[in-house]
Design a protein around this ligand. Structure first.
Ligand code: SGN
Ligand code: CA
Length: 544
């Protein structure tokens, strides 16, 4: 007995020594590892570390508590591909070429992963990419084609298309962990780990189907906004929960027999291809069912049963209850929230799983962990879903950074930041010279002041959105946000200015551009905006 005890003691000592020895050998350069986590359409209103009462996100909160939370980080162009291209290049859309989702990213241009790779980093890109061309600058890549699918997703892995069993958020994390375990531990790594969730049409993991069906989410105070006091852009958009969401696709209001009948009656070509059509008109229900059927048919029979079990109750209520117009909006808001939030549960779980893995490998603290989303999102504010318009909920990005060697834990910064700053920041800490043509700034001075705004920091962020006419009909606009004011110019088919005094009107309900008390201020702000355009070399509005 005694012998066994001393042998196990000896083994324990040996394995501890081996483990420490291995860690000491790891990553000989002092360069930190980089884990860049980005989700799609996740907004600060749905993160408990930003004060949300809609949902609890304990693993994201952990990154905030052990790092810095940025309260004023803004996107330069609030839509998927453009935001990703800005992050990779550190340059605004008009210079990197991806002004809207239809543009293809020119992968021959300079990106921060390429510069890291050149400096000896092992680089990987896993998950949602959405830039049209194949990833460049990565030793390993496995990306969703286009928007990707929630269930049994395809991946393009180093050029080959493969289909993986499972739920997309879990699969992306499995791939990330697998790559981390296989990499060469002598070199630092930079992993870009990007989720599809919680993008429309908000399909939760099988284990989270139905979890919020009995929950009532608090409504935002502007859910019934009538857009008075705003311009035509706010009135003419197509992103209202009440008018522009689809019963089957968005709210999952389709029965098992309806979906099965649809499958039997329609020989859909290439049924597993989740192509989305912009549809309207008399056969709207058919087209709505088709959209849902395409993603529903990807599920296993068991997953389909879980799906129906989860949605039966809401379908029945929707059919039996007589809603008036207002009640219908409130009801649809609840259905939207239930699925959006359920998608976040698997996201938070999986991010927790990845953090734990880094911890177990002993590399958590020498890894810079960034958490962000490609832009914010409307969760019923102004009656909307989606993004694109330069109002706070979608304009503001979540940004959490954990790197205990530099970033003091539990700190908060109000410094005005942009997604343009991510590349310079990561290069800076990797010890790589920041190229002069990158337009962002390293956040180093902010970290050095524990989040306080550095003396010579920028006074305004710059924005330019181009995708119009297109999905959701948000007009072209550019603008600027200072600590207190937001100035926006809608152009192309209109010529309208909006000014918001965020101190007096944080909900952006009153456009004060023509209010007498702001008359003196407006020309100065316009001048400041022109200066920003000159600084960023953006005269693209004049060409459109
Ligand atoms: C899809 C969605 C839109 C969404 C765009 C862009 N429609 O087209 O609602 O704005 O993606 O999103 S859907 O019916 O196909 O769900 S982005 O995040 O990729 O920019
Ligand atoms: Ca997005």
């Amino acid at each position: 007995m005694r012998n066994i005890k001393s042998i196990s003691f000896l083994l324990a000592v040996l394995s501890l020594w081996a483990c420490q020895h291995k860690r000491a050998n790891e990553n000989k350069s002092n360069a930190p590892n980089i884990l860049f986590i980005m989700t799609d359409d996740h907004t600060t209103q749905a993160m408990s570390c930003y004060g949300s009462e809609l949902i609890s996100t304990p693993n994201l909160d952990r990154i905030a508590n052990e790092g810095m939370r940025f309260d004023n980080c803004y996107v330069t162009n609030a839509i998927c591909a453009p935001s990703r291209a800005v992050i990779l290049t550190g340059k605004h859309s008009h210079l990197n070429g991806v002004t809207d989702n239809a543009k293809v990213f020119d992968g021959t241009q300079q990106t921060y992963p390429k510069l890291l790779q050149k400096a000896g980093y092992q680089t990987a890109m896993i998950g949602k990419w959405h830039l049209g061309s194949s990833p460049t600058g990565f030793d390993y890549w496995s990306v969703l084609p286009g928007q990707g699918n929630y269930y049994q997703p395809e991946f393009i892995e180093m050029g080959d298309t493969i289909t993986e069993d499972g739920y997309v958020t879990d699969v992306i994390t499995d791939k990330a962990i697998k790559w981390l375990d296989k990499r060469d531990t002598q070199q630092p790594f930079a992993m870009v780990y990007q989720h599809k969730a919680p993008h429309r049409n908000w399909m939760p993991a099988p284990r989270h189907l139905g979890v919020f069906e009995d929950k009532v989410f608090p409504e935002p105070s502007t859910l019934f906004d009538n857009y008075e006091g705003r311009g035509s852009a706010a009135r003419e958009q197509e992103m209202e929960i009440g008018n522009h969401m689809w019963d089957a696709w968005d709210f999952k209001l389709a029965t098992q027999s309806e979906l099965e009948a649809f499958g039997k009656n329609n020989q859909l070509e290439n049924i597993k291809d989740a192509k989305h059509h912009d549809v309207a008109g008399a056969n709207k229900r058919e087209q709505d069912l088709e959209k849902l059927y395409r993603v529903y048919s990807r599920m296993t029979p068991e997953q389909q049963q879980q799906w129906h079990k989860a949605y039966t109750k809401r379908i029945k209520k929707h059919r039996d209850h007589k809603f008036n117009y207002q009640e219908l909006i409130s009801w649809k808001y609840q259905l939207y929230m239930r699925d959006y939030m359920a998608c976040l549960l698997s996201l938070d779980e999986n991010i927790g799983r990845l953090l734990q893995h880094l911890d177990e490998k002993g590399i958590l603290d020498n890894t810079i962990i960034v958490y962000t989303s490609d832009q914010g999102f409307f969760l019923g504010e102004h009656g909307w879903f989606d993004k694109r318009i330069m109002y706070e909920q979608c304009y503001r990005m979540p940004l959490l950074i954990r790197y205990p060697q530099v970033v003091k834990n539990g700190t908060v910064s109000k410094a005005l930041c942009m997604n343009l700053d991510f590349a310079p920041t990561l290069l800076d800490y990797a010890g790589v010279v920041i190229p002069d043509d990158m337009q962002g700034r390293s956040l180093r001075p902010v970290f050095e002041k524990d989040g306080a705004v550095p003396a010579n920091w920028r006074k305004a962020t710059y924005y330019h959105y181009y995708e119009y006419p297109s999905w959701h009909s948000v007009k072209r606009h550019y603008g600027m946000r200072t600590e207190r004011f937001k100035l926006i110019h809608f152009y192309n088919d209109v010529d309208e200015w909006e000014l918001y005094d965020l101190e007096n009107d944080p909900q952006e309900l009153n456009n004060v551009i023509d209010h007498p008390e702001y008359t003196d201020l407006v020309p100065n702000l316009k001048k400041q905006l022109e200066k920003l355009q000159a600084e960023y070399k953006d005269n693209s509005a004049k060409q459109n």
